[in-house]
Design a protein around this ligand. Structure first.
Ligand SMILES: [Zn+2]
Length: 320
């Protein structure tokens, strides 16, 4: 596991509901609705709905996986796929989850990371922790309290897509609310910052839906970046990632050397936070730098053949 610290990006986000939201609690009650949102007593007072960070992470992961597959077919694994005999058109094996491929192998530090697909490098697998994490999203104090509403749904027949024999069930949803959360990217490669930027922009444009029933129109949200900053282990004029900050470990971890060209300038006068240098990235900076960062994700997917890398490692390890 990677222990040293080099860089970190943190974004504070506001999440505005554009329609009803249901993040299921999975707790059935005897009388009330058949499904309801997760609740918390965070901050004291009444039980309030919240959006677990794990849900947000799942949504962003699948969004980026979809984009990655569109940019380059089979560029990311299917994390829960344990085994497959299906061959891809190019003769390689189907996208079995990186964690399952590496299961039981004795790996040196950096090897699991180096040979994993883009999504597992970002979000982790059973073999290593991911770089991107989300906090739980809580009601934003000072805004209108979240409003709950019971809706009845017609059960959909899984095979015909029509109503299933007139079955109905009640669902309690969050009809209105403003939430806030944070997303953190630790020891990022610059293409990973690119992936975060793509996710943030799509979030701002309302392209990500959260929770259950998204196919029925639930969970439409819009994100707003309230604050964004980068902490670096040493002051730097240009935006750099872990590959530039620790070049001696680049090979071990397989970090991509991608950087925007021309390079992206960081604001002057970083704030000292303990041993870190903090660069606050305002809306004007983001406007310009986001566009320069975006090609990084596509570039990473194009430059690496994840399936070859991971198959080579597995072959080597099972032989020795
Ligand atoms: Zn993977």
């Amino acid at each position: 596991m990677f222990k040293q610290w080099f860089c970190r990006c943190e974004a504070r986000l506001r999440i505005e509901l554009e329609g009803p939201l249901l993040v299921k609690s999975g707790i059935a009650s005897l009388d009330g609705p058949d499904a309801g949102p997760v609740l918390t007593l965070h901050g004291g007072g009444d039980a309030m709905p919240f959006i677990p960070g794990s849900s947000l992470k799942g949504v962003v992961r699948s969004h980026l996986e979809r984009i990655a597959r569109g940019l380059r077919p089979n560029s990311v694994c299917i994390p829960y796929l344990k085994d497959s005999t299906k061959k891809l058109p190019d003769g390689s094996q189907d996208c079995v989850g990186c964690g399952f491929r590496l299961q039981g192998l004795d790996l040196k530090p950096g090897e699991a990371y180096r040979s994993s697909c883009a999504a597992c490098r970002l979000f982790g697998s059973t073999r290593h922790r991911g770089r991107m994490g989300f906090g739980d999203a809580y009601w934003r104090t000072g805004t209108l309290k979240p409003a709950m509403e019971v809706r009845d749904h017609v059960a959909i027949d899984r095979f015909t897509g029509g109503g299933a024999g007139g079955l109905k069930f009640d669902v309690e949803v969050v009809a209105r609310g403003t939430f806030e959360t944070r997303v953190v990217l630790e020891n990022f490669e610059l293409w990973q910052l690119s992936a975060l930027v793509i996710a943030l922009v799509d979030f701002e444009d309302g392209l990500l839906s959260i929770g259950s029933g998204t196919s029925r129109g639930l969970g439409q949200v819009r994100g707003v970046i309230e604050d964004l900053w980068i902490d670096l282990v040493k002051a730097n004029k240009e935006l750099v990632g872990v590959a530039q900050l620790a070049p001696e470990q680049k090979k071990q971890y397989g970090w991509s050397g991608w950087a925007a060209n021309p390079s992206i300038q960081l604001p002057d006068n970083p704030e000292r936070r303990g041993l870190r240098y903090r660069y606050r990235l305002d809306a004007e900076w983001r406007e310009e730098a986001f566009g320069q960062l975006v090609p990084g994700f596509r570039n990473f997917l194009a430059e690496r053949n994840w399936l070859d890398d991971i198959q080579t490692l597995v072959r080597e390890r099972t032989r020795s």
